[in-house]
Design a protein around this ligand. Sequence first.
Ligand code: CP
Length: 382
Amino acid sequence: MVSKILKSGHIKLYKRENSNFWQMKIKLPKLKAIRSSTGSKLLKEAEKIALKNYSILNKDNKINISSSKNVFKKIHLVETADLNKEEIEFILNASKKYISFNKQRIKKSNLLEGRTIFNLFFEDSTRTRTSFEVAAKRLGADIINVAVKDSSINKGETLLDTMTTINSMNPDILIVRHPEEGISKKISSTVNASVINAGDGSHEHPTQALLDALTIKNKFNSFAKLQIAICGDILHSRVARSNITILSKLGAKINVIGPKKWLPKNIKKLPVKIFNDMEKGLQNCDIVMMLRIQKERIVEKIMPNQKTYFKKYGLDYKKLKYANKNAFVMHPGPMNRGVEIDSKLADDITRSLIQEQVAMGVAIRMACLELIIKNRDNNVNH
Ligand code: CP
């Protein structure tokens, strides 16, 4: 192992035998030592990065680099099925520091300075796209929002060719939303960059489920005794699929409630109880998570009358009474007021966590960007 000491012994730079990257150990008086990769193969650059991190740790708006043992070592985030309980808990814990950071007056760190992230959204988005952009900017990374509607895909270029082209610009992370199920996984095996799935058709939306779990954790701390209802259009919902995986791995019990025609064929294989009736399904629930009717995926099928749907499956104060007293309401957004949720209830901050979910989205995405880039730096094979 080769090493170099800086700042009167506060910073140690060293290279492990099996890695080309310089690691840093920063030890401030009375604080636990922080060990992390600098992400650089060049000593001069590594020195600069270590000194910057040293000065961040000395400032008021510091972000403590996670010093606990990293159990999440993946460089892609494409499916919740890839995550075990310990990894999920690790990501949730890593996002905690960003909750308070995001409430500071100055929300800027240079933790990911010099890193390049691409937002590639082939489907509409407000929350996910902007919160990844906010997250990247607050960590000092360069983020490029690709206007895919104006891209060369219109001239016949394939999606994988577009991704390979962008990959040649040496990005660190590609954040991809696309209607095709499984496309993020396919892209991750084609490019060198890390890939985060920001929603692939009806399949998965991992960071949504992580931010939902963080929102619930903030209220209940433990998932062990929680009963959570996921209601509405389960069949077309990537949010439902990712949440069922994440929340059940964390120990929560899940009821899914929806019309028979909107329950997936494999629903009996999932760790959920199935209901077609809100009154029965909401019994003993602590959280009622409502879903939007995914009109864009219900092609050539008859849409239900909105008033009839709301009467049966829309959440209002009356139906909320079937759940536990003080049960909280969630919705990933965008919501259709008066279709799946009563407008007044959606805005009632004593019951609705909808705006809290958006805030947690930024914290979770900051943690995911930080951890994935750190893992890339530590992974010599990527
Ligand atoms: N929840 C969610 O994915 O919202 P957007 O479609 O606005 O990103």
